[in-house]
Write a protein of this length. Sequence first.
Length: 369
Amino acid sequence: MRTAPFRLACRHSAIAAVLLSVVLLALPAAAQPNDLVHKPWLLDTGLTSRSISFENPTGAPGEGGKAASNLGPTRKGAPQRSIKPGETVQLCDIEGPGTIRHIWITTDRSPAVQRACVIRAYWEGQEHASIECPIGDLFGFAHGKIMSYQSAVHSCGPTGGRNIWLPMPFAKRAKLTFTNEGPKAVPLYYQIGYTIGDKHGEGIGRLHVLFRRENPTTEKKDFELLPQRKGKGRFIGSIIGIRNLHPGDWWGEGEIKVYMDGDKEFPTIAGTGSEDYVGLAWGIQQAAFLYNGCSLNEKDFVSMYRWHLCDPIAWQKEARITIQQIAWNKGLKETSDDWSAATFWYEPVPSAPLPPMPDVKARTADIWK
C-alpha cells in the first residue's frame, strides 16, 4: 500500500516537473539546463545554490547566520526585521545569470496587511517594476483572507506561512523589494532560494505580475485581468477575487476572453462561465486543485484561481485578457461587483511599465474582516 508521505512526495515531484517545463519550453535546445527535477542525482549541473534572508542578505558564501542573539553568535541572531510604515526594504539584489526558484515569506496575519504591503521585482536593471502586487494576492489569496491550501504555484499554511514556486529567470540582475504602505509596523520573515550560472536563451521571458481592482466594476465593461501588452508573452494565470454586491444573484455567468495577435471585436479564446474557467461547475465550490479551483467561498467573498501550465496560452504580437460581469436571477443580467486580480505572465525585457496599481486605501477597502 502506498503511504500518504509517498503520495505527497509524488505530487510534489509532479508539480516541480511542470514548473520547470515553463522555463524549459522557452529555451533553445542548446541553452536548456540539466534536468534537475527528473534527475535529482545529477551533481555536475553547472549551477550554484544560494539563499537570501535577513540572516544572509547578500547570499554570499560563508556569510550566513553571523548575527548574535542572547544565545551568542550564529544562534538565530537576525531571522526577521520590523518594517516601519512607509518603509521599503530590499529583499535581494542578485547578479545573474540565475533563477529565483522559491520564495517563502510571513508577516502580520491581519487582512489589511495582506493588501497594504507590496512586493516589487525589477529585472535586468529596469527602473520600473515588472512585479507589483500586494503580498496576499501575490502569494495566492484575495481579500486578505489567509486560507490553508496548495496549488501548482502556491502553498499557504493556516497561520500565514506562504510560498511561491514559479521560476523567475534573469540574465544580469534581479532586485526585489518589500514596502509597508500600511499605518503600523509589521514583522517580516523571508527566504529566497535561487541558483546562479543558469544558461538562459535570448528569448526567455521574465515573470510579470500585475494587481488590479475595481470596486465596483462598471456594467457592460468587462474587467481586465491583463490590459493590452505588446510583443511576445505567455499567460500563466490569475488569482481572482470577487465580492458579490448582489447576494440574491449568482454572479458567475461571465466568460473569459483572450484577445491576441490582431483580434479586435471578437477574441480567439472565449470561455463559457466564470466558475467554468477555474474548472468547477454549477456554481462555485470551495475546492482547491493543482491547476484550478477556489480557496475561499464564504460570506459573498470568493478567491479562485487558474494556472495555464499544462494548457499554455501564448501570443506573438499582443494580448489582452478580460472577464465579463454577468449574473443570473431568473435569467441573464448585466451586473457590477467588486473584482480584483493578480495576473501572472512571462514576457521579454525590456518591457513596458505596468499600469498604475490602486493605492492602499482602494486596495484595503471592503476586504475580509
